[in-house]
Design a protein. Structure first.
Lengths: 162, 162
DNA sequence: ACAAGATAGTTTGATGTCAAAATATTTGAT
DNA sequence: ATCAAATATTTTGACATCAAACTATCTTGT
């Protein structure tokens, strides 16, 4: 063990159960935001470990369950990711028969994306896990939930898309 | 435009300036966490756009500025990422002369990582941008900052490495 | 001393992210 | 009518992330 590592272990005010938070990051919102989002995602992923479900499918399938027939560009706006990001996800969903593409007769460049029956079933299965994860987060956050969501939404509103 | 897309645009209670939030996600903490983290990271990245700095360097260089001489595994614990993730980042930092590796004489498998003078300069430049970003987030969050950080830390504590 | 197991780091493979460039198609302007 | 500009999607390339497999080295138990 290096001497710096010893110093890390002896940081005042931190014990073994605390995660090691560098002093430079301790009061930095972006840092805590990032770590919290990562453990949340990892926890959700871990729930799907023994299944044939992929976490990345959930948001797309759920958006389609609500708004069937969006184009990739519209989907990208709703889910907040770049259009190019969706290409490979949609390909995977299509190969697995969870969505189908329907050519737009008015615009040959575009097509709409629809859930298949299989896709709906898959969405429902994922949604059950997602709800369990949500309940877990709700339990952790407790009565502060509304305030938390409001703050996060404020951040998105203030920094989002320009 | 598809009919579903029209429906999206006509959602009650949402106007053009709101981001399009699917109803299924509206009260989901994980969703808001993810979106907030993404816009925060994108905003930070955008600040570095005209520079030769990379956002991914910041956390590593800053941890090293505080605890010089950590091994990759120790670094990975402190920054909360898998060891394998660090390999390529450290390679990049090393190629650019921002860090140097020093073989551990007591263990041939391991080495410690130290900032070079160039690395220190780079860390300082990145830190200035990070501070500006922090101030921006602080301004958005305002008096709720302490509560926000506490909630996020609670999430990490409850879900993290469990 | 030696074999077994643990540990440090890297490599590989699957995902997922963006931005920029490339294609194809539609729209608009003259 | 035609040509330029805008738009929809895909492709490519750079990065990051994890987990699992792999190599090398160290530690431990006998």
């Amino acid at each position: 063990m290096t001497s710096a590592a010893k110093a890390v272990e002896e940081l005042p005010g931190q014990n073994e159960t605390d995660s090691l938070i560098p002093a430079a990051f301790r009061d930095v919102i972006g840092y805590h935001l990032r770590v919290a989002q990562e453990v949340s995602f990892q926890a959700f992923s871990a729930m799907l470990e023994k299944t044939d479900l992929k976490p990345g499918w959930y948001s797309i399938l759920t958006i389609l369950a609500e708004y069937d027939g969006l184009t990739p560009s519209e989907l990208s706006k709703v889910c907040g990711r770049d259009r190019s990001t969706l290409t490979s996800t949609l390909k995977g969903l299509s190969i697995r028969g969870l969505i189908e593409r329907r050519q737009n007769p008015d615009d040959q460049r575009s097509y709409s994306v629809r859930l298949t029956d299989e896709g709906r079933k898959m969405q429902a299965r994922l949604h059950a896990f997602a709800q369990e994860h949500d309940r877990r987060l709700d339990a952790i956050v407790g009565e502060d939930k509304e305030a938390l969501v409001a703050i996060l939404a404020r951040i998105v509103g203030a920094l989002g898309k320009g």
